[in-house]
Design a protein around this ligand. Structure first.
Ligand code: ZN
Length: 483
């Protein structure tokens, strides 16, 4: 069969499947996941022999006893004995980006579900308005994909390196842009520091915080982490910044401000002067102030080990269009001309950053698992990169029960949604992933997805494979069309 025809057939079969599932819901919206092991992410324990009763998209009961479930039709009863039910996974840092990648991004939404990711936090992009509209369409049920929380577009300085940001040079522009984001009804504010000066950056954090927003951001070179947290910064994106906490940050900043050293010399100092004990004591201090960090290790790792790992044959490339992966050259290009010494330092730095994750977690810092998957982030694959990120946390020495929190309840807590999302409990939204293996023994079990329940629908392995097949064919179709 020609590939195009095959793709069409699959879309057709899949639509029929979804359609019949929707029809079933009209007649009976109850579902039952039977005889299963519920992974309680709060206690890090397994609750054995549980039955999870779901009505439309809510968990209405979790019981141990074999109650009478006669009103749940046999076709809506899922036997999940010897399986493990976890909350739907959250990727807490992605970018749905690329003005010319609209179809490409849309085709990846079902792929997230197939990987067990039922919620994503989009940390701003040049597709801001589109992402906001997709968020609303997914919420209303007219589009199938993970629940999206988004910052829309991010605040930056004038002529930054980013496309499609909201660039400001003074406080009145800052307030105009915040008005714009108010109108967009964004879920949080994202601020980065490519050209945004430290003092306006700090004012932006405070202004957004005073409007009641959660504020996620990078750390400008001439402001301390503590100052930003005191001004209302809610989360630090990328653990590379926390290496600063192993030195006397204020001392280095004052040298920078007096032009005694440059930005890159400051970076070198943070790395050379790094003292682990000092860092840990600062983590404890900032944990008390409610610090949250999204480490996004995988992106840094992919770049640091580019010379050792050949990604040509990565299986995931079957879902990504040529136009999508063409963007990978941007970061590769920026690294061209690096000396062997610089390459080695990149690896050493990556290792040190990764080591900080379990130490921050032990100190009480809230860790959010986020992949930073984006067209611009080389070999950080949408959906698949989250499970890689979790594996890197495990390799760094974090316990599976703590890792699972970073990709479930912590994201919900951060966005103040933990009353309805993030764990398997009565009354919560039924975003559930059924795994073949126990993720509390080895976090890589999140790759063994048996089925996903989300948006009031159950997708078994066959449905999920169909979703992946459709995404694969869409990639072929888009590449052909653009030749
Ligand atoms: Zn990012």
């Amino acid at each position: 069969m020609p590939k195009k025809l095959l793709a069409l057939c699959l879309v057709f079969i899949f639509t029929i499947t979804l359609h019949s599932q929707n029809n079933q819901q009209k007649t009976n919206s109850q579902w039952l996941i039977k005889n299963t092991n519920v992974v309680d992410v709060l206690s890090g324990k397994i609750l054995k022999n549980r039955n999870i009763l779901i009505e439309s998209n809510k968990i209405i009961a979790i019981s141990k006893k074999n109650k009478n479930y006669d009103n749940v039709p046999a076709s809506n009863q899922i036997d999940a004995s010897n399986k493990y039910v976890i909350p739907g996974l959250w990727d807490n840092h992605i970018h749905i980006e690329g003005e010319n990648l609209v179809e490409d991004n849309l085709a990846l939404f079902p792929v997230y579900l197939a990987y067990g990711i039922t919620t994503v936090r989009d940390c701003a992009s040049d597709l801001g308005e589109k992402v906001l509209s997709w968020r609303d369409q997914i919420n209303s049920g007219s589009l199938l994909g993970p629940t999206i929380f988004t910052a829309g577009r991010k605040l930056e300085g004038i002529n930054s390196i980013w496309k499609g940001d909201l660039e400001i040079s003074n406080e009145s522009e800052l307030h105009l842009m915040l008005d714009k984001l108010d109108n967009y009804k964004v879920d949080f504010i994202k601020i980065t520091e490519s050209t945004l000066d430290g003092s306006l950056y700090t004012k932006s954090v405070l202004a957004a915080h005073n409007r009641g927003y959660l504020v996620s951001g990078h750390i400008p070179s001439n402001v301390s982490i503590e100052t930003l947290i005191d001004n209302g910064l809610s989360s630090i994106e990328h653990a590379s910044y926390v290496l600063r906490l192993g030195s006397d940050e204020n001392e280095i900043i004052s040298k920078l401000n007096s032009k005694e050293i440059t930005k890159s010399q400051a970076e070198q100092l943070y790395y050379k002067n790094f003292n682990q004990e000092k860092a840990i004591s600062n983590y404890k201090k900032l944990a008390k102030k409610g610090m949250t960090v999204t480490p996004t290790l995988i992106g840094g790792k992919q770049l640091a080990y580019l010379d050792e790992n050949d990604h040509k044959n990565d299986a995931y490339l079957q879902y990504l269009t040529k136009r999508f992966t063409d963007n990978y050259q941007w970061r590769i290009g920026r690294m061209a001309g690096e000396t062997a010494e610089q390459k080695q330092q990149k690896k050493d730095k990556y290792k040190r950053i990764a080591q900080q994750v379990p130490l921050m977690q032990k100190a009480g810092v809230t860790i959010l698992a986020g992949s930073d998957s984006a067209a611009l982030n080389t070999f950080v694959y949408p959906a698949a990169a989250l499970t890689e990120e979790l594996e890197l946390f495990q390799n760094a020495g974090m316990q599976p029960k703590d890792i699972l929190k970073t990709a479930t309840i912590n994201g919900a807590k951060f966005l103040k949604k933990s009353d309805t999302m993030g764990s398997v409990n009565e009354g919560k939204i039924a975003d559930l992933v059924i795994l073949n293996e126990n993720p509390l023994i080895d976090i890589r079990a999140v790759n063994k997805v048996y089925g996903v329940f989300t948006k009031g629908q159950y997708f078994d392995r066959e449905n999920l494979n169909n979703m992946l097949e459709i995404a694969k064919n869409k990639k072929i179709e888009l590449d052909e069309k653009r030749k």
